[in-house]
Each structure stands twice: as C-alpha cells, then as structure tokens.
Write a protein that binds this ligand. Structure first.
Ligand code: FCB
Length: 441
C-alpha cells in the first residue's frame, strides 16, 4: 500500500467489514429461514443457485477469523447481526444460541482490542416477515425496532458503534425495482414503499437504541458517481435522476426531511399514505454517517416509462464485477455529503474494495490489483480530509472472500482468500500489505 497509518490524524480509524449472511453459515445455530434463501432457491436469481447455508462457516471459525482481524492491525470490525439468527420467525421468541453467538463475537473483539461496529440489518429478512410484505409493510419499522431492542439489550453495552441498516438503496431500489436482490420484485409501488419504510425503520431503530442509553449511532448509505453518457441536456438530466434516487434520496430524507423532487416525479404517486408526516422519526439525530463506495456509472436516456434511462459500459479499467475503477468518486462524495447534508458530523467510509480474479498459487494470492485499488482510494480519502471533509475512518470490504449475493461465491472481495470446499483461509498479498501499512511503530 502506498500509505501508512501515520499519514492520517491520530484518531483516524481503519477497519474491515463483513456481513452475517455472507459469511456465517445460516444452516447453523438455529437461524431461521430468510428471504435470501427463498430468492436463491428460485431458478435464475443467483449464480448456480448458491445460498448462504455454509458461506465461510464463520459460525464455527469465529476465533480464527478474529485472529486474522487482529493480525491485520485494524482498529475496528464492522459486522452485522442476522435477524433470523436472533429471532428465527422475525418476531417473537429469540433464539438463545443466536444471541450467545453475537455476545461471544463482541467479547472476542474486545479481548483483541478491536472495536465492535454493528450493523443490525444487512439484508437477510426472515421469511415470515417477507410473507407479510417485508419492506412494503409499514409495520417493518416496529419489527426492526423490536429486533434492535432484543440484540442491543444483550450487546449494546459493549459495542463501539451501531447502524440500523446497510445501504437503503439496495434494500429499496435494487431489490424492489430492479429485482436483482431478494425479494426480487420489479414493481414501482413496492419500490416507493420500501424506499420510505427503510428510512422509517432506521429512525425507529435509532430511537430504540437511544432509549437503551446507547451512543455513537449512525446511518450507512451507498453511492455511485453518475456520469452523463454525453454532453446533451437529455443525458445530463438522465444522470441527474440516477444521482437523485441513488445518492440523494436517502441523505435528503435523513438530514433534510424531504425527498428530491426529481425522484418524487416518478415515485410520488406510489408512496404510502401519510409519508410526509414521518420525517421527524426518520430524522432522529445520528452521530455519524457512513458511505459505501465502489464505482461510477455512465447513464444514457432511453425511451420508455420513468426513469427512462440505462447504464452503459464506461471506458475506465474495471474490476471482476465489471465495475469501473474511479477513485475520485470517493473524494467527491465525502466532500459533497458534508457540504450538502451532514456539516461537521463525522463521516466514515464504511465499505470500499474490489473483486478480483484471485487465484491461489503455491499457497499464496498475489492480488496486486487490490493493493493498487485500495491505495488509490485511500489517497482520495486523504485528499477529502485535506479539503475539509470530517472523515474519521476507512473500512475495507471485505475481510474474507464471501457470498456475493446474486453472484454467489464467484466474486472474491476478500483480503483473505477462502477455499469454499475446504474453507481454508489464506491471507492474500493485500492482507499483508495492509497489515504492514497499519502496523504501529
Ligand atoms: C455492498 C454490500 C456488501 C457487498 C459489497 C460488494 O453493496 O454492502 O454486502 O456485497 O457491496
């Protein structure tokens, strides 16, 4: 890596991130069924119909994985709690084994002097709640608040930070409009409801944690820089609309108590009744804002119903996801977020990383491309700080190769290679490079 810990302010934190369904193994420990199990079992949704039943078997290998984290010299570990592991039916009786698991995880982190950063919901909705309409049902806000309370009554006294939901855009748009993620809907009415309810649920979950006396609570959104296909007014407008529902809708709801007019033009008629009255809950104050950033998209207008645009392949070098590598975007979003929405509130890059063709050869993985990707993005984070953005930390996605949702186990984002047959872990060159960069002298 061409940076060192000393290049950053004393209080700047480095971390690694994972999520429950992607690593734990949902077949173990009494976890309930999730809508990702159902989505994966439906033909055509997921590469080779793979699911998270075993994943990285982190459930049984937690100690080994925490040792890997500690030796990486990071300060914080961002993980998520599986709703269906803690409350198998989504509501009602908790699963003691599930709560014990997260309790051990938090203690294991603290023993290793690592700060636990929890995300309550990283996408695996319990199937019985999906049966009731999932994110389309306004009651999801109460369900999430109740789940929050159950988890935090157990671990809330020891976690360093907490965020209710990972990436509202993916929960809302990607999963209900594009149908790429569970529950796989392509329905504008479902989308409008999910996009609003996800923020309402966020607010209720924050309130539940405040009531327990917790602090250092935040929101984590994802961002993609939107580039117009050409100089035309039509292409510019198309990119602005993409930017609106991707990058502005949620921040605007959280920090300004309104949704962008361009997005309401399409979603407005489908919003749930009385949505305008929910902003007090949605805007319940938070202590920080997290940004997940990977790429940019080139957007061109099309004929057809709203939003009448499409993504086209851009000219920049790409990762194994086919995502363009555009490090400048991370700096732009950090500055823009503080300038337009969050002011002095601490910002964290809660996810950044890349999928590569990471082959294991003679017991090692030489992922030079990942080292270059991380170095270039971290340089842009430093630039954002130099230009005034209050950025306080940077998290790598991901510690381990894991279940990359609809792309199954094919896309490897880890600093640590996982052989999905033997489940053997092998730290890649990027892991060693990051451990060196972060070593305290
Ligand atoms: C983010 C998700 C994470 C992972 C990365 C590659 O959108 O939060 O679970 O899939 O993308």
């Amino acid at each position: 890596m061409d940076f060192k810990r000393d290049d950053f302010p004393e209080d700047f934190l480095f971390g690694a991130a994972t999520s429950s369904y992607q690593i734990e193994g949902h077949a173990f420990g009494g976890a309930g069924r999730t809508h990702w199990d159902d989505f994966a079992a439906t033909p055509g949704n997921v590469v080779r119909a793979e699911n998270g039943a075993v994943a990285c078997d982190h459930y049984h290998r937690m100690d080994e994985d925490l040792d890997l984290l500690a030796a990486l010299n990071v300060d914080v570990y961002r993980f998520s709690t599986s709703w269906a592991r803690v409350i198998p039916d989504g509501r009602g009786a908790p699963n003691p084994e599930g709560l014990d698991f997260y309790d051990r995880l938090v203690d294991g982190l603290l023993e290793r002097k690592l700060k636990p950063a929890v995300t309550l919901y990283h996408w695996e909705l319990p199937s019985p709640l999906a049966d009731l309409g999932g994110w389309r049902n306004r009651d999801v806000a109460s369900w999430l608040a109740d789940f929050t309370e159950v988890v935090m009554r157990r671990i809330g006294d020891r976690v360093w930070s907490a965020a209710p939901i990972n990436e509202p855009w993916c929960v809302g748009w990607l999963s209900h409009f594009q149908g790429h993620h569970a529950p796989g809907l392509k329905d504008i009415r479902a989308t409008a409801r999910a996009m609003h309810h996800v923020l309402l649920a966020h607010g209720r979950s924050i309130q539940a944690m405040r009531a327990l006396g917790m602090s250092n609570l935040g929101a984590v959104c994802n961002f993609e820089w939107a580039e117009p296909f050409d100089e035309s007014d039509e292409a510019r407008a198309a990119a602005e609309l993409y930017d609106g529902y991707y990058n502005h809708f949620f921040l605007s709801g959280l920090f300004k108590g309104e949704y962008p007019a361009s997005v309401l033009k399409g979603l407005g008629p489908h919003m749930p009744k009385g949505w305008q009255d929910d902003f007090e809950t949605i805007g319940t104050p938070v202590d920080w804002c997290g940004l997940n950033y990977y790429t940019r998209k080139v957007i061109r207008p099309t004929n057809g119903p709203w939003p009448a645009h499409e993504e086209v392949e851009g000219p920049l070098p790409k990762t194994a996801m086919g995502w363009e590598i555009y490090p400048e975007g991370i700096c732009k979003f950090l500055k823009q977020t503080s300038e337009l929405y969050t002011g002095d509130l601490p910002l964290y890059v809660t996810e950044n990383g890349m999928a590569g063709d990471d082959a294991l050869a003679s017991g090692a993985v030489d992922d030079k491309a990942r080292v270059a990707y991380v170095s270039a993005h971290v340089a842009q984070v430093r630039r954002a700080i130099a230009e005034g953005a209050p950025v306080k930390g940077y998290f790598l996605w991901s510690l381990l190769d894991n279940y990359e949702w609809a792309l199954g186990y094919e896309k490897r984002f880890g600093l640590v290679h996982v052989d999905f047959d033997s489940l053997k872990r092998t730290p890649k060159a990027s892991y060693h490079a990051l451990a060196n960069a972060l070593a305290r002298s």
